[in-house]
Design a binder for this molecule. Structure first.
Ligand code: FES
Ligand code: FES
Length: 209
């Protein structure tokens, strides 16, 4: 059974980028801090000789940096580039919190080596904003109360975006199947389905990108 909602943004309340990211992050701050402070989440740099130069195109911007070949894309995003909208949770391909788009396809950043993503277009939750405003999927999640603690939400939204890029008008079953790799411990699934359906209808009607 779904828990009682703790955060209820008003539909059409004109939530801004800062407000949305703040509201999603606030309830999850303790969780986020706990996850990123785990020692095993941050690999030590054992041998500078092993560092290799790479260039990653993230949200349309090219980032040149040195990485160890074993570093995951999730680690590089969060710990090397400070792009922290992508969340670290299980870090073993089970929950979907770390979902990013690589060439429009949802991928777990925790199971993707940074070097694997070289030469691809990487899109994180930050890349779905439209300037200072929310993107259409982000806005739909707000309007449909499609989150409670918010920790899974960036991954859910990115996965939804990936689904809608290949199927702009998914049925409920197609949404459930297409996003089955994204778990929500708060059980906000029906609200998530409603939000994705709404975003797809908007896109089909030409209301979004
Ligand atoms: S953190 Fe990557 S799947 Fe859970
Ligand atoms: S909203 Fe809490 S885990 Fe999904």
């Amino acid at each position: 059974m779904a828990k009682k909602k703790q955060h209820t943004p008003k539909p059409g309340s004109g939530v801004t980028r800062r407000g949305f990211l703040g509201s999603v992050g606030a309830g999850a701050a303790a969780v986020a801090t706990g996850v990123t402070s785990r020692s095993e989440a941050v690999p030590e740099i054992t041998d500078p000789e092993e560092m290799v130069q790479t260039a990653l195109k993230i949200n349309g911007r090219l980032h040149r940096l040195l990485v160890e070949p074993r570093w995951t894309l999730l680690f590089v995003l969060r710990e090397r580039l400070g792009i922290t909208g992508t969340k670290a949770a299980c870090e073993r391909g089970e929950c979907g919190s770390c979902t990013v788009l690589i060439d429009d396809r949802p991928r777990y950043a925790c199971l993707t080596l940074a070097l694997e993503a070289e030469g691809s277009e990487i899109t994180t939750i930050e890349g779905l904003l439209e300037g200072e405003e929310l993107g259409e999927v982000q806005q739909a999640f707000v309007e449909h109360d499609a989150f409670q603690c918010g920790y899974c939400t960036p991954g859910q939204i990115v996965a939804a975006e990936g689904l809608l890029r290949t199927n702009p008008a998914p049925t409920e079953n197609e949404i459930l199947h297409g996003m089955s790799g994204n778990l929500c411990r708060c059980g906000a699934y029906q609200h998530i389905v409603n939000a994705v359906t709404h975003a797809g209808e908007n896109r089909k009607d030409g209301g979004g990108s």
